[in-house]
Design a binder for this molecule. Sequence first.
Ligand SMILES: Nc1ncnc2c1ncn2[C@@H]1O[C@H](COP(=O)(O)OP(=O)(O)OP(=O)(O)O)[C@@H](O)[C@H]1O
Length: 246
Amino acid sequence: MKKPFVELENISFKYGSNLVLNNVSLKVEEGDFLALIGPNGSGKSTLLKIILGLLKAKGEIKLFDEPISSFQHWEWVGYVSQKSNAFNTAFPATVKEVVQSGLTKKVGLFKRMPKDAKKRVYDALAAVGMEQFLHRNIGELSGGQQQRVFIARALIAEPKLLVLDEPTVGVDIKNVQSFYDMLEELNKKHHLTIILVTHDIETPSHQISHVAFLNQRILFYGEMEKYNQLPKEQIYEWYGHSVRAV
Ligand SMILES: Nc1ncnc2c1ncn2[C@@H]1O[C@H](COP(=O)(O)OP(=O)(O)OP(=O)(O)O)[C@@H](O)[C@H]1O
């Protein structure tokens, strides 16, 4: 049986009097590649913050089969936020330095770097296809390349679960497919469980195993194959009027 990594039961959350999440239940199991989809403002980032323990919600949350209140192994959870690639070209850090900074989560801020730190930086960059950029300044890279470097920074702590908030923002369309191919390799070859948040209805599908469609409530949760069988009109309706049928 697959191990449960994230279990949410009847999660509700308000900002003041604004109900943003209403009775959300969801399960992510070992090996899943879940896309959390929904229009802008549907509560996706809020739900991520709840899973990451940054916001407290009503309902039950378990991480790796343990109630979140007593969960300690935060190094098992890698997170790349939406804004992590908002660098300007003058930012004075190399790719190597950025990736290596991810090790502090594992070894602690003032502890010595492990002897194999160099190899681990290289391996993490190789896993996202960026090893040739080791000595480049992070600010000189494209949005998509920076996003890969930040994923490598999360990978170096050897998480079991990788959480990505809108990772293809700033990646141009021709590179989105190869970005998803890279994530598929992390999921299948490196056995990493992935939660990817996106408002993009055209999310490439064959790499993803499960979909949760959120709009304050969970409107759909199931395997990608089943999601693909839903009538397109249904999905557009869930999105509201902002998305045109193609
Ligand atoms: N710190 C906050 N204080 C008050 N309201 C907030 C706060 N953060 C988000 N909201 C509101 O909560 C709702 C859900 O926001 P959230 O960022 O979770 O949505 P989202 O699905 O991630 O959106 P997007 O796709 O645009 O990133 C929105 O109406 C938003 O305005």
